[in-house]
Design a protein around this ligand. Structure first.
Ligand code: ADP
Length: 191
């Protein structure tokens, strides 16, 4: 049973690591980016609303994102734990998450930050763009996503450090190596 948040710059490999950790700890990985992309793909009202922001590399408005996560966390699979990938993405969302969990009488166990330098993540994103063809993996949009990360999301490190929850993990290296570092960080934090 573990309630955790994973954050890190676009291209740091969050999605890959989130799936591995979720499997390992038997909890669902909840990726707000994946949920938004599924809604865009299905042409739902939520997808239509999110798409313009995603395509521009901007955050979807907090009101929309918070409501979506609040609902997702009520699903039965999240009752015993979860790994949030891509949420919260700014301190306001982090405060909102705190209040959602407070309402449910639970709290986060650990927050994992995957660190990677800008040149490395830019390179990764541009090469992924060729493989996956994600609409927001073009150079100007990648640049914007990195700016939004630095401005809005990076302050989460201080937010969670103040609460004694932050663990930083180096995201540079082989995928398996980074997974091992994360698993170790989780084990240390619960020791
Ligand atoms: P990446 O980390 O590579 O940018 P994600 O799949 O996590 O990719 O997110 C893709 C896009 O989805 C973001 O650029 C943003 O538009 C939207 N999004 C995802 N999570 C959030 C969130 N918590 N708040 C606002 N927008 C979000």
């Amino acid at each position: 049973m573990m309630r955790t948040v994973l954050f890190g710059p676009p291209g740091a490999g969050k999605g890959t690591q989130a799936a591995r950790l979720a499997e390992r700890f038997g909890i669902p990985a909840i990726s707000t980016g994946d949920i938004f992309r599924a809604n865009v793909g299905q042409g739902t009202a939520l997808g239509l609303e999110a798409k313009e922001y995603m395509d521009a590399g901007l955050l979807v408005p907090d009101s929309v994102t918070n409501a979506m996560v609040r609902d997702r966390l009520t699903w039965a699979d999240a009752a015993e734990g979860f790994l949030l990938d891509g949420y919260p993405r700014n301190p306001d969302q982090a405060r909102e998450l705190e209040s959602m969990l407070d309402d449910a009488g639970v709290s986060l166990d650990v927050v994992l930050e995957i660190t990677a330098d800008v040149d490395e993540v830019t390179r990764r994103l541009l090469s992924r763009a060729e493989i996956e063809g994600r609409a927001d993996d073009t150079e100007p949009v990648i640049r914007r996503r990195l700016e939004v990360y630095a401005e809005s999301t990076a302050p989460l490190a201080d937010f969670y450090r103040e609460r004694g929850l932050l663990v930083q993990v180096d995201g540079i290296g082989e995928i398996d190596e980074v997974t091992s570092r994360l698993v170790e960080a989780i084990s240390d934090s619960s020791a």
